[in-house]
Design a binder for this molecule. Sequence first.
Ligand SMILES: C[S@@+](CC[C@H](N)C(=O)[O-])C[C@H]1O[C@@H](n2cnc3c(N)ncnc32)[C@H](O)[C@@H]1O
Length: 258
Amino acid sequence: MPPTKLAPEEIRRGIDELGPWFYAFDFGDGLKTTPLIPPQVVGIHGTRLEMVETAAVAHFGDRLAGLDCLDIGCHEGFYAIQMAKYGMKVSAVDAREENLRRARFAAAASGAEIAFRQGRVETLAGDEGRTYALTLFLGVLYHVEDPMLCLRQVAAVTGEMCLIETQVVDEMEGSTEWGAQEWTRPYKGILAIIDESGEFDNGNRETGVTPMATCPSPKALLFMLRQAGFSRAEILVPPAGAYEQHARGKRVVCAAYK
Ligand SMILES: C[S@@+](CC[C@H](N)C(=O)[O-])C[C@H]1O[C@@H](n2cnc3c(N)ncnc32)[C@H](O)[C@@H]1O
């Protein structure tokens, strides 16, 4: 039996009681959330969703309905709810209960049945103990302080394909001395160290679980994904009219395959 959607009055009350909201949800009947992010940035979600949907449809085709999907770092459940609309069986995890509270409401207001749970990507494989054909790891990698640990955990719960979206830093080519002046090693990309302590200390709901973050360059991202256990990874081409950061290659969506 399909899950029942909340009544309009319950949706209206939930929107007011649970705000402020990060995403622009449209629950129908004129019931919408007003997102916290500035109007010029709101388009980021349309581009990411279009890229996720296009990649998932291209890979899974008519297997999408009934597919097992895990949204890692799901926040208010925006992408998990979109995947549920395809008939996928969606589970979703986030470190913050305050985000999950809104996610559970947004799913109920959308008539989507999603299994939400609090948890950290750092311990995902042991906590889940299973794989999902499709995993989403959107907007999280550049908020964590140990990206390899996290990518290994994500790879371990991915059955077929993982879609990763992340900010990337500019590529740095070069090599370094390695034990003696005449011995060198080429860079495989770089990881920048980012201080998010300002946002973290202010209770921002989008940061990682510690104030230090790292951000990969595109080559580093691809190299790390293969080291983490994916057999192949590719950076996807953004669509026409993409959000400016994706269009300029400062954020990327990457498909990684087991
Ligand atoms: C920038 S938001 C991205 C949310 C959503 N995936 C998206 O792409 O719009 C990062 C989310 O990941 C969660 N998060 C951060 N670090 C995490 C961790 N180590 N384990 C699980 N969730 C984490 C945050 O609570 C937040 O909801």
